[in-house]
Design a protein around this ligand. Structure first.
Ligand code: NAP
Length: 472
């Protein structure tokens, strides 16, 4: 094998599948991993007999690559990325290009793009979504950095990405850390949808008494609709249908109810708070994971704090797909997407990213974890009106909200009646209700702020700032 077209650092589950993907698409590759044993295992296993060679030092790795070099780092985010950049930089030459395909914090990427570009190297911060299978068969990729750096990898990533009817699921996102920012928000939306489906499961189980197979049948119905057809609904059906080989019971019932998180949901919420964008559905999905982690406390609290207990809830019948619950899922998913998009738009404005929402929806249609038929509608909404203030104002989405709001409301009422927590359904309902209310009660908040802190207020009937001596 001559010089490799493509270099990969990091043979974790994502890295090894991405390099197999690149090789399958005609890019001979060189791999390096901090722990040499993993490199040997890969070359003896999945990488055997392919146009993939190994390197055991970064100098050897760089020497084995054709120039300008295209190197993908697929390693743990954070300090390992800075350390790897520092270790490899002495061997790089002008025009070489480093790509960070991990889940890095976009502000770190912002800094690294500036540092590396000042050393005449290209640097791309690229969000990659799709898990192991997506990485192998075609992920969705969100690359950010300079346009010139993207042009140098376009042929590579266009072939590696998932393909949908209108092209590959990759596009130039924008400058600096914008690729990682968009990937972070993608994950925030993903957190929201996962929690929405978990709440639906809880209501079907505790509120309607369905077993795993019955719930899976409902999910199967939902997955055949335009509004809910998606990868996450599809895998939820599979999870609910899977039996424990040991006793034939529903496997999900054997799993500890504590959800892990690696930070992207949290970063979405932090960015939203910093930028002043309301993301209550996404925020509640993060809170739900945090509360789930109080496992021991919850065991104790259940014996002390008593609720009404679940009674037969009016959530429709499984035959008709639990219609109100389906409405709740559709609208809460729309709310999650609407909030994520609002956040991306504000970041684009504040950081001058010039992000294109229709193009982002296009590359989320395949390969990634939040891929869903709904994304075609989102793409159309922003193609029709790139200035759309909120996804919910697009005529197709507005009609969905109009039609399904009673179902979402009924679901939240029924859950509340039974004492079953539905943080994302309730947050989505409040988000929609707040957004569609012309006069909110924040006039009273302004009065209080002026009363205790002389913060002044504005009046509906005349211009200017006003202050009142409220207290005698
Ligand atoms: P991972 O478990 O996050 O990372 C494993 C890789 O990182 C190994 O190659 C490991 O090398 C290397 N590494 C760890 N610490 C290092 C250090 N200090 N210096 C150099 N290398 C170091 O693997 P992954 O799941 O494949 O994920 C890779 C990146 O993609 C992460 O940022 C992850 O968040 C992101 N991501 C993951 C998924 C997913 O579904 N797993 C999806 C999208 C994005 P050793 O073998 O020597 O330990």
């Amino acid at each position: 094998m001559g010089k490799g077209h493509f270099g990969l650092i990091g043979l974790g589950v994502m890295g090894e599948n991405l390099v197999l993907n690149a090789e399958r698409n005609g890019f001979s590759s060189v791999v390096y991993n901090r722990t040499a044993q993993k490199t040997d295992d890969f070359l003896a296993g999945l990488g055997a007999g392919k146009q993939i060679s190994a390197a055991y030092s970064l100098q050897e790795f760089v020497d084995k690559l054709e120039k300008p070099r295209r190197i993908l780092m697929m390693i743990k985010a954070g300090q390992p990325i800075d350390d790897t950049i520092a270790s490899i930089a002495p061997y790089l030459e002008e025009g070489d290009l480093l790509i960070d395909g991990g889940n890095s914090l976009f502000k770190d990427t912002e800094r690294r793009v500036a540092e590396l570009e000042s050393m005449s190297f290209g640097y791309i911060g690229m969000g990659v979504s799709g898990g192991a299978k997506g990485a192998l068969e075609g992920p969705s990729m969100m690359p950010g950095g300079t346009r010139q750096a993207y042009d140098a990898i376009e042929s590579l990533v266009s072939k590696m990405a998932a393909q949908v009817e209108d092209g590959p699921c990759v596009t130039y996102i924008g400058p600096g850390g914008s690729g990682h920012f968009v990937k972070t928000v993608h994950n925030g939306i993903e957190y929201g949808v996962e929690q929405i489906l978990a709440e639906a499961y809880d209501l079907m189980k505790r509120g309607a008494g369905l077993n795993g197979s019955q719930m899976a049948d409902v999910l199967g119905q939902w997955n055949s609709t335009e509004e809910l057809s998606s990868y996450l609904v599809e895998i939820t059906e599979v999870c609910l249908r899977t039996k424990d080989p040991e006793d034939g019971g529903d496997l999900v019932e054997k799993i500890v109810d504590v959800a892990g998180q690696k930070g992207t949901g949290l970063w979405t919420v932090i960015s939203a708070l910093e930028l002043g964008v309301a993301v209550p559905t996404i925020y509640e999905s993060v809170n739900a994971r945090v509360l789930s982690s109080l496992h021991g406390e919850r065991q104790k609290a259940e014996t002390v704090l008593h609720g009404p207990g679940a009674t037969a809830l009016e959530l429709g019948s499984p035959i008709d797909g639990m219609a109100p619950l389906q409405d709740a899922c559709v609208l809460s998913c729309i709310a999650s997407y609407a909030q994520g998009i609002a956040l991306i738009e504000e970041a684009s404005r504040v950081y001058n990213y010039e992000l294109n929402i229709a193009a982002i929806a296009q590359i989320w249609k395949g390969g990634c974890i939040i891929r869903a038929r709904l994304l075609k509608r989102i793409q159309e909404a922003y193609n029709n009106n790139s200035e759309l203030a909120n996804l919910m104002l697009d005529p197709w989405f507005a009609e969905q909200i109009q039609r399904r709001l009673p179902g979402l409301r009924q679901t939240v009422i029924e859950a509340t009646r039974a004492g079953i927590p539905v943080p994302c359904f309730a947050a989505s309902l409040s988000y929609i209700d707040s957004y569609r209310t012309a006069r909110l009660p924040q006039n009273l908040v302004q009065a209080m702020r002026d009363c205790f802190g002389s913060h002044t207020y504005k009046r509906l009937d005349k211009g200017g700032d006003f202050h009142t001596e409220w207290l005698p």
